[in-house]
Every structure is written in C-alpha cells, then in structure tokens.
Design a protein around this ligand. Structure first.
Ligand code: MN
Length: 356
C-alpha cells in the first residue's frame, strides 16, 4: 500500500517504471559524476546509444561488522588527483575509455537505510533499465548485498541463467541467513543461485581465505558446482592460471559475464577502508591486472565495485583503488571493442614509447 501511495502508477506499471523516479544526484554528498562524465537521466536512456551507465548504490544496511559503505559511491566517483574532465588515456592499453566509450552517470538510487527490501527492489529496477537500454551498468557500492539485485537486473535482460559471475572477494558470501534475515552482505551469492539468475556451475570466486564460511556452507557451494579459488590455490598455481580456468567456465553456455569486485579481496594493508578486512589477500597490482584482463577477454554485461568504506580508509587508499578498478575495467572494454572492430589495439606488455 505504501508503494502505491508513493507510486500511483505502480499498478499499471509492472515493469516498475516508477522506480526510475527514485534516483538522486548524490544521496550522501555533492552532485558529482564519475570523473566528470556526462549526467544521464535513468528514465530517458533509450535511444541515447550509451555503452556504459554508472549507478550509485549508497547502501550499507547489509553489513555484518563495520558499516560506512554507503559513502562508497561518492568516494569512488571523486577520488583522483587528475581533473574531472571525462578523459582518461590509459598508458598500457592506448585507449581512452571515457572518451571512446559513450559513458554517463545516472546518479544514486535512493536506498533508505533500514528499508532493505525496497532499496534492493529499486536498485534491481534501475540496473534492469540500464541493461535494457543496451548499456553496461557499472554499480558503485555499497555493501555486497547489492550484487543480488545487480546481477538479477542484468539477468532479467541478458537471460535467466545466461550470465556467469566472476566474484573477487575474501569471503564466499553464500550464507543462507544473516542475523535471521535473507538479506545481507553475507548472502547475495546464495540468493542469485537459488533464484536461477546465475547458475551455480557458472559462478567463479577468486581470493577466498580466512575462517568463513563453515563446512556446511562449503558443502552447499560444492553441491551447486561453484568454482572457488582460495588464496592458497592462487599462490600455488598463480593467479593467471586460475583466471584462465575461470574464463573457460565463464563463457560456456553463457552470453555475458557479470564482474563483482569486493575490495576486501585485496590485502587490508593495501585496502584498509572496508567493512570486514581479512589479512593475506591479493595485491593491488594483481587485482588491477586481473580486472583488466577480464575486461579485455570476456563479454562483460555488468560490473559492481563494493565494500569501499571511506570512514575506515586511510589517505583514501581504498577509494583510489575502487576508482582504478573501474578505470581498468572500462579501459579493457574499450580495448576489446577496438579489437573486435578489427583495429589493432596496443599490446599492454609492449615498450611504452614507439619509434624510440
Ligand atoms: Mn563480499
């Protein structure tokens, strides 16, 4: 009933077009776009031909320990020492993703603290609207709860069970219940597999470590045929080898790949500003290289970057990382499009200066 009062068109609008009116320009801060890219209105994306649309998901009601990720979207958008001029020429790849791709920022989804189900419903509708307009949604979190609506919104467009998921994280996030609730940053991956939005046997996890989850949850994950690369396997076999294994699974009977990056996959010494830090993770260099390679190699259908918690950050270390994860992904997408178009993009391992 509340929804009907706020959204009188809702009953005649099963696709939830009224949800598109709950966007705000910076829920917890000033009206800035990702590094100065143009603004877009979520309700009028059709026909614009956009390649990438940013959405902020300022939500941390799903955190189990330290909150603060609601301030993540603003930090990821704004943390850079270069001008916010909508241009970022990439040294290694020789592309300028913000100039070559048609990129816009639709602002934040209004996600009221404590109103978890309504917040997640609005986010899913917003992600679906972006995907339906033919653009890749890039969602700036927010705690990891949001990957449930993020990947669901993409699957509603690309195809149910036709999107694989590459998930960087210290934690599996496959719990059944968190504090008595189905919703939380420890449960989204189980919800996605239960609904069928993402197949368990097309779910790739990279960077797990530490002391969670417990054996019954691991048994559930095994029964779903998930593939989880624990840090010891990554150290032993090498990250590149593990990624190659993951890539083969990700494109098998799937039409797109959703990339979800929890910054706590990186060692807390290099990413301190996060809610549930677990020592012994990837280096910043490893994560950036991996994200770049994924975007250069696979058909990305959606991306989220989650668990940046500025109140626990130091010297903006983690906010800079979140910003660069996004730029590596977009640069890889721009590189891949050039390659698919028959252009010969720059090889990243070639000497930087030509004709020297
Ligand atoms: Mn997570």
């Amino acid at each position: 009933m509340e929804n009907d009062a706020e959204n009188p068109e809702g009953a005649e609008n099963p696709e939830g077009a009224g949800d598109l009116e709950v966007m705000v320009r910076g829920m917890f801060g000033p009206d800035v776009t990702f590094l100065g890219v143009p603004r877009a209105e979520l309700g009028s994306l059709d026909g614009l031909g956009l390649d990438v649309v940013f959405l902020g998901a300022p939500f941390d009601s799903g955190t189990s320990y330290r909150p603060g990720a609601r301030f993540g979207p603003q930090a990821i958008r704004a943390t850079d020492y270069l001008p916010h001029d909508g241009s970022r020429p990439h040294l290694a790849l020789g592309v300028d993703p913000l100039a070559e791709l048609r990129v816009a920022d639709a602002g934040d989804v209004l996600m009221p603290p404590g109103e978890t189900q309504e917040s997640l419903r609005r986010l899913e509708a917003a992600v679906h609207a972006v995907a339906s307009a033919g653009a890749i949604p890039v969602i700036l979190g927010g705690d990891h709860t949001i990957t449930w609506p993020d990947a669901t919104g993409v699957a509603r467009h690309t195809g149910w069970g036709r999107v694989s998921l590459i998930h960087f994280d210290a934690h599996a996030d496959t719990a059944d219940i968190q504090f008595g609730s189905l919703y939380g940053h420890g449960t989204p991956m189980r919800r996605l597999i239960e609904s069928g939005a993402v197949r368990g046997d097309r779910f790739l996890q990279i960077g797990l470590r530490g002391y969670w989850p417990e054996p019954p949850v691991l048994a559930w994950m095994a029964a779903q045929q998930m593939r989880s690369f624990e840090m010891s396997e990554i150290v032993s076999r090498g990250l590149d080898t593990c990624l190659s294994d993951a890539f083969a699974i990700a494109v098998d009977e799937c039409d797109g790949v959703f990339l979800s990056v929890d910054v706590d996959v990186v060692d807390p010494g290099m990413a301190p500003g996060t809610g549930t830090p677990e020592p012994g993770g990837l280096t910043t260099r490893q994560l950036l290289d991996a994200v770049r390679r994924i975007a250069m190699s696979l058909p990305l259908a959606g991306i989220d970057v989650v668990e940046v918690s500025p109140p626990y950050d130091h010297a903006e270390v983690t906010a800079f990382l979140g910003n660069r994860v996004v730029l590596e992904a977009l640069s890889g997408i721009a590189w891949r499009r050039r390659q698919l178009a028959g252009d010969q993009p720059r090889r990243p391992d070639a000497p930087l200066l030509e004709g020297r």
